[in-house]
Write a protein that binds this ligand. Structure first.
Ligand SMILES: [Zn+2]
Length: 101
């Protein structure tokens, strides 16, 4: 088991998890419901985490996540609902969960 990604935004973590799974990388989530359970803002140690089940997937997973981050610098989209900037790879607004249309 190896930690590959963590972020205070659960939607972003879920997106990373889904992308890695689409590349046949076995992952599991930690702390997925920690922030809702504590009610309100979660401190750093309860951020949701994406863990690799196989350590030797790390390099491949890291490249995939890096490429996602690179894309997001080039081309994001603005939410029509709340005007937040969103990563291009996300189908839903990270802030208000509105669909990208
Ligand atoms: Zn939004």
């Amino acid at each position: 088991m190896r930690l590959i990604y963590t972020n205070e935004n659960r939607i972003m973590v879920l997106n990373i998890k889904n992308v890695l799974m689409s590349y046949d990388i076995d992952v599991t989530l930690n702390n997925e419901f920690a922030s809702s359970a504590s009610g309100g803002l979660a401190p750093f140690d309860t951020w949701p985490e994406v863990w690799l089940l196989k350590d030797n997937d790390y390099d491949k997973a890291k490249k995939i996540i890096d490429s996602i981050s690179l894309e997001s610098n080039l081309e994001g989209w603005e939410c029509k609902n709340c005007q937040e900037e969103n990563d291009q790879s996300f189908d839903f607004c990270w802030s208000c969960h509105a669909e990208n249309i």
